[in-house]
Design a protein around this ligand. Structure first.
Ligand code: C2E
Length: 719
């Protein structure tokens, strides 16, 4: 670039000089030439004219003209002289002898002369010659020379300065551009190299050095940075043009994936390779991660639903070839939702990780364990020769769940329900195989959880019934199909009705017990809106009876565990109390023992809040669960309800009598009210009265009744 511009400047100088010199010389030379021609012509004209006059004189005096020197001299004198230009003239005969002349009083050094002949009778007899000094012409020419030099100088300056200035600004602009390009090159994230065809790196940017972890790569051979994986040719990578992926070698010896973009360019009249190098480690990692996420569960690292389906399809194909069975086990953790809702998702995740670990530990290498999502796991057991092998493994799985899981430094017993289908016995289609295993798993749950069930047609029918029920349930609330029945509770000592329990009824399915659809409402989450409806309707009913001046009644409403995971439970209760205007002490919420086990601290907090609102809390079905009595002390409970299974046997079974008696004593020692439910006979009633039970509820007193019937019943009883 530098040499190019210097040569150009020299050329401009030379051209400007030549043009200037030419102009400086041409101006005076042209003037001299033109003026000389003009003077010559002028002299010639004068000479011709004078010669004509002499010829006329000769014609007039042919014999004597030659002696008329005076006349001839006067004739010469009459020739008009150019101002300031010394001029002389003379007449000569044919032999050159001067006949007459005008005086010459100027130095006749540099002159111009012109002659013309005169005639006598047509014969040339002499010449008239005019001489003029050229000094004035030379003087003027010298002046024109000065003007020419001035003009030449101006032209030289114009021709030299302006182009050079333009050239300089062009060169500067190019340098700026070059600088900018340099900055771009130095700051580019990609490595940019110019490489000779033999692999020699001729230039590189800092990014290239950074990528390979070397302080300097110019001068190295490209094959040292990107070794040919096949070692066939030194510069194998460079033989490709366009984009390609390869492996780079870092200064620390490690390999990393790179992307090369190779193109050709002419540089210094040589074909050079322009190589753009990009470190694609992050992209590759992301790709790998994506492909992992597409096939594996990110939490447990187990195959996900998509890979599980692939594996099942492969297993089925292998089973066809080898005439073996494939067993598909569908696992769902029991009460996982409670753990997740109460201990939080982190603990839920820890549980899932532990489960995945335990499941892997019982499987053979050829089997697959996958997580389909949530707490659903599937197992594919291949190469099964007998169904006993599957039962054996299902039992093994139940066994590994018998050990407690440690979450938040506490031990939890989590069981699993397993549904099993066998290929090709149950189904040959993969989707149906999965669906049937799922159905069998639901059946296992319905059978009391913590067990496994093989798929059967009978299960399938039950599953369909359940589906129909679920669909109907979803519409029931909107269609106003629910109703409350009220069952009275009496004070055993005086027989007075002290309260009622509100029990949900489904008008369209009067024969389906709440015990059948409440678990379904819980599973589907419908228990939240339905529970709110129950609470509001029950409170409104008591208010309505209050308005009718019926004796003040306590209303007991069942709360399911699922409602406790509802964030705004407290708000819902207080809103309903406000809306209906029911005094809080008249409301009693019945909870079950399972609440004592699940997430004790937060449940204690919720119950304490409820208690602080003035609402009473009753522990339903007491004695059926396995809650620790020490928990009981910490819970803000007002009432214990003896489960009807004990009440049933109190007069016939010594154990039931002992348990019922113990519960009554325990309640009294904890200063709790105690209610016996399911009282059907007078004997049971009397036993409870003798054993100091406070209240009783059961068919002996009244079945649960619709509001209007209950009202009639109450009025009749109090009458
Ligand atoms: N054999 C016999 N049974 C008697 C006798 N006295 C009352 N019962 C029945 O015992 C159940 C008492 O309710 P629970 O233990 O809270 O048990 C309830 C309760 O846990 C649940 N439930 C009912 N309504 C609701 C509700 O609105 N919300 C929630 N979360 N659960 C409810 O469904 C369970 C079953 O309710 P129901 O079928 O109405 O059954 C009621 C009632 O009809 C008797 O002398 N003998």
């Amino acid at each position: 670039m530098q040499t190019d511009s210097t040569t150009l400047i020299k050329l401009i100088n030379w051209l400007a000089g030549t043009v200037a010199i030419f102009i400086a010389a041409a101006v005076p030379a042209s003037y001299l030439f033109i003026s000389y021609q003009y003077v010559g012509a002028e002299l010639q004209t004068k000479a011709n004219y004078t010669a004509i006059q002499i010829t006329a004189l000769i014609n007039k005096t042919p014999a004597t003209w030659i002696r008329e020197e005076q006349k001839l001299t006067a004739l010469l004198s009459s020739i008009p002289e150019t101002e300031k230009t010394p001029e002389s003239s003379f007449i000569t005969d044919i032999h050159g002898k001067t006949i007459a002349s005008s005086p010459t009083n100027w130095p006749a050094t540099v002159t111009i002369s012109r002659s013309a002949a005169f005639y006598d009778s047509g014969l040339e007899i002499g010449n008239v010659t005019l001489i003029r000094s050229l000094l004035p012409l030379f003087t003027t020419t010298a002046l024109f020379g000065l003007a020419g030099i001035t003009l030449g100088l101006i032209i030289f300056i114009a021709l030299r300065v302006l182009p050079i200035r333009a050239l300089n600004s062009a060169v500067n602009a190019m340098r700026q551009k070059e600088k900018r390009l340099q900055v771009v090159l130095e700051n580019a994230a990609d490595g940019i190299l110019s490489v000779a065809l033999d692999g020699l790196i001729e230039s590189s940017n800092p990014a290239a050095e950074k990528i390979f972890g070397l302080p300097q790569i110019t001068g190295m051979n490209f094959s040292e940075l990107v070794p040919d994986p096949h070692a066939t040719r030194l510069t194998n990578q460079l033989t490709q043009r366009g984009k390609s992926e390869s492996i780079g070698k870092h200064a620390d010896g490690s390999s990393f994936p790179i992307e090369l973009d190779i193109s050709e360019a002419m540089m210094d009249k040589r074909l050079t390779l322009i190589v753009i190098v990009r470190d694609i480690s992050e992209r590759k990692e992301a790709e790998q991660k994506l492909s992992f996420l597409a096939n594996f569960d990110s939490l447990t690292g187990l195959p996900n639903r998509s890979l599980f389906r692939d594996r099942l399809a492969q297993a089925v194909a292998r089973a066809d070839r080898q005439e073996h069975l494939v067993a598909l086990l569908f696992l769902d953790l029991d009460r996982f939702k409670t753990i997740n809702d109460s201990l939080g998702h982190t603990s839920g995740d820890h549980l899932l990780l532990q489960v995945a670990h335990r499941l892997k530990s019982v499987l053979r290498k050829c089997d697959t364990v996958a997580r389909l999502g949530g707490d659903e796991f599937t197992l594919i057991l291949e190469d099964i020769s007998h169904i006993d092998v599957v039962s054996g493994l299902a039992n093994k799985i139940l066994d590994i769940f018998a050990e407690p899981f440690v979450l938040d430094n506490q031990e939890f017993y989590i069981s699993t329900s397993i549904g099993i289908t066998l290929y090709p016995f149950d189904e040959t289609d993969i989707d149906n195989l999965i669906k049937d295993a799922d159905t069998a798993m639901y059946h296992a749950k319905a059978m009391g959880r913590n067990n496994y069930q093989f798929y059967t047609q009978e299960i399938n029918k039950k599953d369909n019934d359940r589906l129909t029920l679920e669909t109907d349930l979803r519409k029931a609330l909107d269609r106003d199909e629910f109703q409350l029945h009220f069952q009275p509770k009496i004070n055993l000592k005086n027989g007075k009705v002290v309260g009622v329990e509100a029990l949900l009824r489904w008008k369209n399915h009067p024969n389906v017990s709440p015990a059948a659809y409440i678990p379904l409402l819980e599973e589907t989450g419908l228990i939240i809106p339905v529970g709110e409806w129950v609470l509001r309707t029950a409170c409104n009913q008591i208010r309505a009876w209050q308005a009718e001046k019926l004796p003040a009644l306590h209303i007991a409403v069942n709360l399911s565990v699922r409602q406790f995971s509802q964030k705004d439970l407290i708000d819902t209760i207080s809103r309903i109390l406000n809306e209906t205007g029911l005094e809080p002490y008249l409301l009693e919420l019945e909870i079950t023992e399972s609440l004592l086990m699940d997430n004790k601290e937060s449940n204690i907090a919720i119950l304490t809040n409820i208690k602080n609102m003035g609402v009473r809390i009753s522990m339903d079905d007491f004695g059926t669960g396995y809650s620790s009595l020490s928990y009981l002390k910490r819970f803000p409970i007002h009432t214990l309800k003896i489960d009807q299974s004990f009440v049933k046997g109190i007069t016939t079974n010594a154990d039931d009598a002992a348990i019922a008696g113990a519960i009554i004593n325990l309640a009294h020692s904890l200063r709790l009210n105690v209610v016996a439910e399911g009282v059907e006979t007078q004997e049971q009633h009397d036993f409870l009265l003798q054993n100091d039970c406070n209240q009783a509820q059961g068919y002996l007193i009244s079945r649960p009744l619709p509001a209007a019937e209950f009202e009639t019943w109450l009025k009749a009883r109090n009458a």
